[in-house]
Design a protein around this ligand. Structure first.
Ligand code: GLC
Length: 691
């Protein structure tokens, strides 16, 4: 059950789609305290209690022991001490001595989550503005509470099937020739590929919905050629609109009053890639409709996938902060610069980006009232995602488009996916990628993934290989790197044949992965779960954070340390180890519940299948449309007959239906031999271990 409690004057964030009546009594489980505008909710924690949730955040799956801050931030250094990343997913799930319960803090402003940081046995959640709805979730299990929460916040976004293909990306592909060359290198080496991202370099002067006509003389032609080769273009769109007379998006936005304004009614100006820019008021339905329609320029060019960026919104500077910095520097010009002046000079420019003062300089129009941005800051990116999704739905309501965003808030999970932002080519970030997956899933974000290989810093051949081995399982599987870093396409490395073989596993598992994702979408479930969700009575499982459950059938446990040739794995029950080298080269090792050391050469990675379950494997394919989902090899360890199911659909239409898409699979064991059947499926059973 979910109960709503209102405090102050909550702003409608549209995170919730089912309107519950506000409870009149006191909020149970928390002590509520008001201090000025601030409102805090405090609860005691049992010594060994767990806290899950918070979606896109650093550190563990169990969030206990740190201070987090809901404040969408453009921060490219995701170190352990960071309190905020690009998203605010204010869901907490408590589990321990007092059973399980959850709380969702629907507050689009700044919220602090002190989860045993100040006092080890106390959680204090503080709403800085004090205007919010708190949804208390009572249930019997963590899995069930997540399902109920999704019932409250709505069904998750379903990507087109091709969006589960491998996407190659880089900040720096600046022309049609660049893109064709990368594609050619993949196709010639038979490295599977379904998408090519286009970063800001494709634009004309970093202007949204334009492209550089010299570098891309025939974008529709390029999109069509690539599509004939089963590859889609995925351009980036940024939140800021270049301030320039004669640029249609800017002119229209100004004429129709769609951009955010300052208190005096003048347009707010902030700088991003194109320099001075205006920012659409995505919190307004009419501005959203207008911005969503801009995508038509690229949709008409045949482009079916997009990533929305810089939508926290990121601000390099405003004229005001820049002016203040110049003034400070000027005042120091004649001085003998010692310790104090030196840091003052550094800070003068070091603090101009994403400056808190700037987020208080502009206003949104909500229900005819002007609301200062910082009160609703965390909604901005979510509403940009919504603008795009609504634009696509208007353009072609029958078709699924690929969409993922950097900034988000709960509610945006209905409209698109997310990527985990500007990580680094660090082994620790491979592990962080894994840990974030179940946390994002709890909050409804199912289509997600991180920049494989790492965005910042120079990657290495072994890191990229290991990261691709994790990426095999993440719905968004994109290799992306920052400008100035070492080339990161798989084929640039001597061990590219091993990377190619890893990618063959992704495509062979595609029927299973797509089925698992879509079942999660259609049943309000999770594709990835912490072990604690499935084995709540097993304390070792509950405290295992480098392994994650995948669907109802499997568990993943990637290698995330350099030079490792294996890893420790805890099996909460008997499982079959599939040690993959490629789609056609793997070992099957039945393993019993308990602790194991699993040998995994650099070119090998594991999938664990729960005993009594099967995972289907298709034949190798180089793009999603070539995957034969009807001819499948079943992998598993069985000691009796079982019933399983697989979901599939045409992969593109918006009419998705669980009953229509589910195919039953029956595996029958007789005299130690397995036979399998499924409607319209050819199923092979040679790889079933029977005992
Ligand atoms: C931001 C994005 C990154 C992109 C870059 C240039 O840092 O997070 O993915 O490559 O901007 O557009």
């Amino acid at each position: 059950m979910i109960y709503r409690y209102d405090f102050g004057h909550p702003i409608d964030t549209s995170a919730v789609i089912r309107q519950l009546p506000a409870e009149q009594g006191e909020l149970p489980r928390f002590a509520v305290r008001r201090e000025g505008e601030k409102l805090s909710f405090s609860c005691e924690l049992g010594k060994d209690d767990f806290i899950f949730g918070l979606g896109e955040t650093v550190r563990g799956i169990n969030k206990r022991g740190h201070l987090y801050r809901a404040w969408n931030s453009d921060d490219f250094s995701h170190t352990e001490d960071k309190n905020s990343l690009y998203a605010s997913h204010n869901l907490l799930l408590f589990s321990g001595e007092g059973g399980v319960f959850g709380a969702y803090f629907d507050d689009p402003g700044e919220v602090l989550f002190d989860l045993g940081y100040t006092e080890m046995n106390r959680a204090v959640i503080t709403s800085v503005n004090g205007d919010l709805s708190v949804y208390l979730i009572e249930g019997d299990s963590l899995v069930e509470m997540c399902r109920e929460f999704r019932g409250l916040t709505g069904r998750s976004y379903a990507p087109p099937k091709w969006g589960l293909g491998y996407i190659q990306s880089r900040w720096g592909y600046a022309s049609e020739d660049d893109i064709r060359a990368i594609v050619r290198e993949h196709r010639e080496r038979h490295i599977p590929l379904d998408g090519m991202s286009m970063d800001i370099d494709y634009m004309d002067d970093f202007k949204d919905f334009t492209w550089n006509r010299d570098a891309f003389p025939d974008l529709p032609g390029l999109a069509a050629d690539l599509k004939a080769d089963h590859i889609r273009l995925v351009p980036i769109i940024d939140a800021g609109v270049k301030q320039q007379k004669g640029y249609d998006v800017c002119d229209e936005g100004v004429e129709n009053d769609f951009f955010v304004k300052k208190a005096d009614g003048s347009l707010f100006v902030g700088a991003v890639w194109p320099g001075r820019s205006y920012f659409p008021d995505f919190l307004r339905a009419d501005a959203r409709l207008w911005f969503g329609r801009q995508y038509r320029k690229l949709l008409d060019a045949g482009i079916e996938g997009y990533w929305n960026d810089m939508n926290e919104p990121a601000l390099f500077y405003t004229p005001e902060t820049l002016e203040a910095a110049y003034a400070k520097a000027e005042a120091l010009r004649e001085k003998n610069i010692g310790i104090h002046e030196f840091f003052a000079l550094k800070d003068a420019f070091g603090t101009i980006a994403n400056n808190p003062e700037d987020y208080r300089r502009f206003y949104h129009e909500i229900d005819g009232k002007m609301v200062r941005h910082d009160k609703v800051h965390n909604l901005y990116g979510a509403m940009m995602t919504r603008a795009a999704a609504e634009g696509f739905a208007e353009y072609d309501p029958e078709k699924r488009f690929l969409l993922f965003s950097r900034a988000s808030y709960i509610g945006a999970h209905r409209y698109g996916g997310v990527w985990q932002g500007d990580n680094n080519s660090w082994w620790g970030h491979l592990l962080m990628n894994l840990k974030m997956m179940p946390s994002l899933n709890m909050c409804g974000f199912l289509y997600c993934g991180a920049d494989l290989g790492g965005f910042g810093c120079h990657t290495t051949g072994d890191l990229l290989l290991r990261w691709l081995q994790l990426g095999v399982f993440t719905p968004l599987m994109r290799n992306h790197a920052a400008q100035g870093t070492r080339d990161q396409e798989a084929y640039r490395f001597e061990n590219w044949p091993e990377m190619r073989r890893v990618l063959t596993v992704r495509y062979a598992l595609l029927p299973y992965l797509y089925s698992t994702l879509m079942k999660a979408v259609l049943t309000d479930g999770m594709m990835f779960r912490p072990l604690a969700f499935d084995y709540p009575a097993d304390d070792t499982a509950c405290r295992t954070e480098d392994q994650v459950m995948l669907g109802d059938e499997a568990m993943i446990a990637p290698v995330y340390e350099q030079n490792a040739r294996g890893r420790h794995v805890y099996l909460p029950e008997d499982m079959l180890l599939v040690r993959f080298r490629s789609a056609s080269d793997y070992d099957l090792v039945p393993m019993t519940k308990g602790h194991h050391w699993v040998e995994l050469g650099l070119h090998e990675f594991p999938l664990f299948i729960r005993r009594g379950h099967v995972v289907p494997l298709a034949k190798e394919a180089e793009w999603v449309e070539a995957v034969d989902s009807a001819d499948l090899n079943l992998l598993g360890w069985l000691d009796g007959s079982i019933e399983a199911s697989l979901y599939d659909d045409d992969g593109v239409s918006t009419a998705i239906d669980l009953d229509a898409g589910l195919k039953a699979i029956t595996v029958t064991l007789r005299d130690g031999k397995a036979t399998a059947s499924g409607e319209g499926l050819t199923l092979h059973t040679n790889d079933l271990v029977i005992s």
